[in-house]
Ligand binder design. Structure first.
Ligand SMILES: *[C@@H]1O[C@H](CO)[C@@H](O)[C@H](O)[C@H]1NC(C)=O
Ligand SMILES: *[C@@H]1O[C@H](CO)[C@@H](O)[C@H](O)[C@H]1NC(C)=O
Ligand SMILES: *[C@@H]1O[C@H](CO)[C@@H](O)[C@H](O)[C@H]1NC(C)=O
Length: 552
């Protein structure tokens, strides 16, 4: 079988010896341990046996009495994904036909924070069953079930090992997000759909779409068509239809899409088409990240209200992120019209920021949306509306203060995929991919001693300054499998050696599905020639050409 532990051990010992011989030692990683089934994220409750149940893809069906369209789409999807590891050979002995029965208590497809994602699975020789309260629980279960089906080489047969299996599972946190930044580099819509696939494989349930930033404004607007003058290119934009495609595709996986329009900082791109929106602060203009909206001009608020009135129906989720980070307040002090407005209202810079945040809360409340901001305004001393959700990039004692003050929080500080030393624990790893252990070792509740119920969950953040679709997968996976487990699984699941083998197995599985997710230790992952699917050879030599060229 593919994830043979003894050969892994041999390979690792070999690698360590080689490293000693070369006197250029990578620190040896954790030691892979034999366990199974190799599930990521690890379920809350798992009972397993020792019986291997052979599976013949030609005699395997998925059945349900549910009429949910979303469940039907997922049955189609997973009927393929269950057997995506390679073309199956016949088992040497006769194999029984199998049916996986999916029972969902409700066909309601409403998707919202806290939707029931729990499920159970029973798998033994006379029963394969998924049971869930909602279609989204069933979707999570299908992913888990796909991980129970393993492909054995060299026989090339499918089976379910470790039966009888009973799984009862549910997420630890309701909010398990990933920030994707299409403001710094435009990501094609097809690639965002691909990201949604990959997030679902790891049971993430929020795409935090940091859709615009100082560098580009790629969102089409009918109210303010010149906003896309701030896009990198007229083709580097998201039309309303494309945005709806993303939302609908995410919904098929139970992934909510939460947009972020980052203001009043990071808004230089808004000013390309509508210069009146920006404050004038010449000494900050050399760094576009530092330019701010003109908060003194009522035009700004009318503009934002009209734009959000157009945009919010596209994003049905109840939550809407308005950024609020890295506001270089002194920029406003350079603009005479803003200084005059502050004097007239007797506002300090922080009170000016507070005025802006209050207007944003009012606008979003009128559109029935809950505002999310980064923790910066809170740290500046802005009195935020009590309904505001605060996303924390700062240290954990800031999270503690925020939740003690009754705010709901989303923890992001330790999960920055763009950083080389991602966690405050400051572990230095020789091998770059080994930073998965830092993410894995940082609990979202780290440093939290009270009011933990106010933590909605956590987010991995993949900032896009140095990233586009070329290396997105490679930077995000397999490390985000570790993050996904931290967000979903029981807090007691912390063993690095155990996680390593499971993450390695799942990294190989998603690679077979077309994700550029590589290995964490020396082993063999059989990738069919047409995977990853994005790679299409331009030219191959025929045997005759090879012979003819080599003859010369
Ligand atoms: C406002 O949003 C909530 C939560 O999404 C929803 O239940 C409610 O029906 C909405 N109200 C209106 C007036 O749209
Ligand atoms: C202006 O604000 C300061 C500080 O909040 C306060 O002490 C002062 O009384 C205010 N002045 C007026 C005219 O409101
Ligand atoms: C939070 O912790 C940091 C060190 O990690 C410390 O410098 C800072 O003063 C602390 N802040 C508060 C408000 O406790």
């Amino acid at each position: 079988m593919m994830y043979n532990t003894s050969s892994n051990r041999v390979a690792i010992v070999g690698a360590v010896l080689l490293c000693v011989a070369l006197l250029a030692c990578a620190q040896p990683g954790p030691t892979p341990q034999a366990i199974g089934p190799f599930l990521v994220p690890y379920p809350q409750h798992l009972q397993q046996g020792e019986v291997t149940l052979p599976v013949d893809p030609k005699q395997f069906t998925i059945a349900t009495t549910s009429s949910s369209q979303i469940l039907k789409i997922n049955i189609q999807r997973y009927q393929k994904l269950f057997f995506s590891a390679g073309p199956a050979q016949q088992h040497t002995s006769a194999v029984a036909a199998l049916t996986l029965n999916i029972n969902v208590a409700s066909d309601n497809e409403d998707l919202f924070l806290g939707v029931d994602e729990s499920y159970s699975i029973v798998a033994n020789s006379h029963e394969l069953t998924i049971t869930a309260n909602t279609v989204y629980g069933a979707v999570r279960a299908l992913e888990t079930f796909s991980q129970l089906i393993t492909f054995a080489r060299p026989a090339n047969t499918y089976s379910i090992q470790y039966t009888p299996i009973t799984i009862k599972d549910y997420p630890r946190f309701q909010w398990r997000g990933m920030l994707v930044d299409s403001g710094r580099h435009y990501l094609p819509v097809d690639f965002i759909l691909h990201i949604l696939d990959t997030l679902a494989y790891a049971k993430f349930n929020v795409l935090h779409w940091h859709i615009v930033d100082a560098q580009s404004f790629p969102v089409q607007s009918s109210t303010y068509p010149d906003l896309t003058n701030g896009a990198y290119n007229p083709i580097a934009i998201y039309t309303h239809d494309q945005i709806q495609q993303v939302i609908a595709y995410g919904k098929t996986y139970g992934i909510r899409v939460v947009p972020e329009f980052d203001i009043p900082g990071h808004s230089a791109s808004w000013g390309v088409g509508y210069p009146q929106l920006l404050a004038s602060c010449p000494s900050y203009a050399s760094n576009t990240n530092n330019l701010l909206l003109n908060i003194a001009d009522q035009y700004t608020y009318t503009f934002i209200k009209n734009l959000f009135t157009e945009i919010t129906p596209l994003f049905p989720d109840n939550y809407f992120h308005t950024g609020g980070d890295e506001v270089i307040l002194d920029c406003w002090s350079e603009d005479p019209s803003i200084v005059a407005w502050m004097t007239q209202n007797n506002y300090s810079l922080v009170e000016a920021e507070q005025y802006f945040e209050t207007q944003m809360s009012n606008i979003l409340a009128s559109l029935n949306r809950t505002k999310i901001v980064w923790n910066d305004p809170y740290i500046n001393g802005v009195q935020l509306d009590q309904n505001t959700v605060i996303q924390v990039w700062d240290v954990s004692n800031v999270t503690q203060q925020i939740i003690n003050n009754g705010f709901k929080a989303i923890v992001a500080n330790a999960y920055y995929l763009d950083k080389q030393v991602p966690s405050p624990f400051n572990k230095i790893h020789y091998e770059w991919q080994d930073t998965w252990q830092d993410f894995y070792s940082y609990d979202p509740m780290y440093g939290i001693t009270e009011n933990g119920d106010n933590i909605l969950g956590a987010e991995a953040c993949m900032w896009g300054d140095q990233l586009n679709q070329v290396q997105f997968d490679v930077q995000v996976w397999p490390r985000s499998l570790a993050i996904a487990e931290r967000f979903w699984s029981n807090e007691a699941i912390v063993n690095i050696d155990d996680a390593l083998v499971r993450i390695e197995a799942q990294s190989c599985s998603i690679a077979k599905r077309g994700v550029n997710s590589g290995p964490l230790f020396p082993d063999f992952c059989f990738l069919p020639a047409d995977v990853p699917s994005g790679q299409h050879p331009i030219l191959r030599l025929t045997p005759e050409q090879v012979a003819s060229i080599l003859r010369k």
